[in-house]
Ligand binder design. Structure first.
Ligand code: GDP
Ligand code: GDP
Length: 454
């Protein structure tokens, strides 16, 4: 039988991106030598051994990015699962069980030439306990006779067995279709990434200069546009062109009409702020550079960070900042903004127009970080090196280790670390700080979740 070419699929990660960056995990398990890593190589579209690509990550749990039919997912290659194994083999078996626990779909590989063994039966019991969707694969079905043999695997009670030849590519398209069908559906709500102009919330406490800035932008730039082809814009929003790009400023009706200055409106103002931030991708928080950073300013900043939106801090009224004020402002920034050192900052004056042209590049930079994706291989390579150089402190006689990590989503970037035990808050902050040092993320909050093995 000739080699059946592996069905072609997109190798451009952009086109294959799930709309909201959510990425399911597929674990490949089975006895040693049934062809798991050969299959993983097929799925990720590579011929060379996966092991070589990620130095430092053990063969036991190698995660890889893959995509099929426009859907992205992470494939985890596992070492051989052997029940009743001892020593190193037992450790590998334990790793495979963790892989199953953390997966959304399990691909269970059996050797079609050998048929189902006692070990396979035991593996099936472990898989049943996990209650995960399992796809049964009879590998090494290199010809039609062997393909028929695969039918005997119905006896394992895992439903229809898929005959494939990982080595030659036979049947792998059908298998991938089945894997996709077994995945949980992508969340329907598409966060962040969508067509149309970028959505900006221009927020800040009263009198920082929000309406002055909006007016300045509307006059200085060509025009406030009323409609953009293919989009519907809420009448309370403003479309403003900056630096050749149209941005949608959310809920600016109050700013335009200047009706927001009535007394006792702080509560309503904060509700409006929250609503605008919710509807936006990026929050531009205006602070009055001439005045101390107040609690009310902090609340506005918090509303953007907690909503998980990209963040630009614009120090307005920079025309009022002299050398003296500058000195104290720098100190204030160190003290008051130390929880958000990653925010993109610009110093502007709505009154004179100073540096207002820096706003659009600042917004773009923050949004690029917000939607950034780190490849799973690079992420794990970096994390392995980091945790080897600076391991977690010992807790209860053991130092919790990272098994593997994956970026679970974008907008904002969300990372999941599968570990052998809970992490101290301090160590988690250390990992976040180092992650930012390595990969950037200027202007975006980053979420890191630690999932200890049960
Ligand atoms: P793992 O231990 O389960 O990861 O198995 P490997 O992927 O390392 O494969 C074990 C052996 O089986 C290797 O010699 C592979 O070349 C061979 N193998 C894998 N898939 C196939 C297949 O579809 N047909 C045949 N004939 N051999 C295969
Ligand atoms: P809003 O309540 O945040 O919309 O703030 P406004 O746009 O109404 O501005 C409040 C006051 O600050 C007004 O008197 C503005 O003229 C003044 N203002 C706004 N921007 C600047 C600026 O860049 N420099 C100076 N010196 N004053 C400004």
């Amino acid at each position: 039988f000739d080699d059946v070419p592996f069905p072609s699929f997109s190798t451009d990660p952009e086109t294959a991106s799930a709309p909201n960056g959510w990425q399911p995990i597929v674990a490949v398990v089975g006895r040693p030598n049934v062809g798991k890593s050969t299959l993983v190589n097929r799925i990720i579209g590579r011929r060379q051994a996966v092991v070589e690509d990620v130095p430092g990550v053990t063969r036991d749990r190698v995660p890889y990015d893959a995509h099929w039919n426009g859907r992205r997912f992470t494939v985890v290659d596992t070492g051989g699962w052997e029940p009743d194994a001892k020593d190193r083999a037992a450790a590998i078996a334990a790793q495979a069980e963790i892989a199953v626990q953390t997966a959304d779909v399990v691909v269970f590989v059996v050797d079609a030439i050998v048929g189902a063994t006692d070990m396979d039966e035991k593996a099936v019991r472990m898989l049943r306990r996990s209650a995960k969707p399992v796809i049964l694969v009879g590998n090494k079905a290199d010809n039609q006779n062997l393909e028929l043999e695969v039918n005997s695997l119905w006896s394992l009670g895992l439903g229809e067995p898929f005959p494939i030849s990982a080595l030659h590519g036979r049947g792998s398209g059908d298998l991938l279709d089945a894997i996709l069908a077994a995945m949980p559906p992508a969340p329907a709500i598409i966060e962040g990434v969508r067509r149309g102009p970028r959505r900006v919330a221009l927020v800040g406490r009263p009198n920082v200069g929000k309406s002055s800035l909006l007016n300045r932008l509307a006059h200085e730039e060509r025009a406030v546009v009323d409609s953009v082809a293919g989009t519907t814009v809420d009448p309370v929003d403003s479309l403003v062109e900056m630096d050749g790009e149209i941005f949608q400023f959310i809920d600016t009706a109050g700013l335009r009409k200047r009706v927001n200055q009535a007394s006792g409106t702080e509560y309503y103002a904060s509700l409006r702020t929250a609503g605008a931030v919710e509807g936006a991708e990026v929050g531009v928080v205006l602070l009055d550079a001439g005045e101390v950073i107040s609690e009310q300013d902090q609340r506005v900043l918090t509303s953007v960070v907690e909503a998980g939106r990209a963040l630009v801090i614009a120090f307005n009224k920079w025309d009022l900042v002299d050398e003296d004020r500058r000195f104290y402002l720098d100190k204030e920034i160190d003290r008051e903004l130390k929880r958000i050192p990653w925010a993109v900052r610009v110093n502007i004056s709505a009154k004179t127009g100073r540096a207002v042209d820096k706003l659009a590049p600042a917004i773009r930079k923050a949004l690029a970080s917000w939607e950034k994706r780190i490849q799973t291989g690079a992420l794990n390579q970096w994390l392995t090196a980091l945790t080897q150089a600076t391991p977690h402190p010992v807790r209860g006689g053991r130092a919790p280790r990272v098994l593997f990590a994956t970026q679970a989503g974008v907008a904002p970037p969300r990372f999941v670390l599968f570990t052998t035990g809970p992490f101290d808050a301090g160590y988690q902050r250390f990992v976040e700080r180092k992650l930012r040092e390595e990969f950037g993320f200027e202007g975006s909050p980053v979420e890191i979740a630690v999932r200890p093995r049960k």
